[in-house]
Design a binder for this molecule. Structure first.
Ligand code: SF4
Length: 111
């Protein structure tokens, strides 16, 4: 049985005023886990990351991607690959504690 993929309603998926680059050209952000370390995909991954760095909703996108690991197992999200997001989640858990998602959710509702 596959795991339930649930949205955390406390942290909504950001909705941009105009389509972002990943909405307009989703293939450019498609990166499966095997490609992350594949030199043949390095330029494409770097281009996607560079594009994300100019995205007006990058901060909210990163917050959503970090707090929805089951829904962001692949691809570039907010200039990060899946292993980079895993490392960031580990750092957040170390800094904020085991309920780090709850801490982020509370902060999200403040902003
Ligand atoms: S920051 Fe997020 S919403 Fe913006 S282009 Fe990158 S993946 Fe898309």
């Amino acid at each position: 049985m596959s795991p339930t993929l649930e949205l955390d309603k406390r942290i909504p998926l950001p909705t941009p005023a105009t389509p972002t680059a990943c909405h307009s050209n989703p293939q450019a952000f498609d990166v499966d886990r095997g490609e992350v370390t594949d030199p043949a995909a390095a330029d494409r991954i770097q281009r996607a990351k560079t594009t994300c760095r100019t995205c007006p909703i990058a901060a909210a996108c990163l917050r959503w991607a970090l707090t929805h690991p089951d829904l962001t197992r692949t691809n570039v999200w907010a200039a990060t690959t899946a292993p980079e997001r895993a490392a960031l989640r580990k750092r957040l858990a170390g800094r904020l504690g085991p309920n780090w998602v709850g801490v982020i959710a509370r902060h999200s509702s403040d902003t």
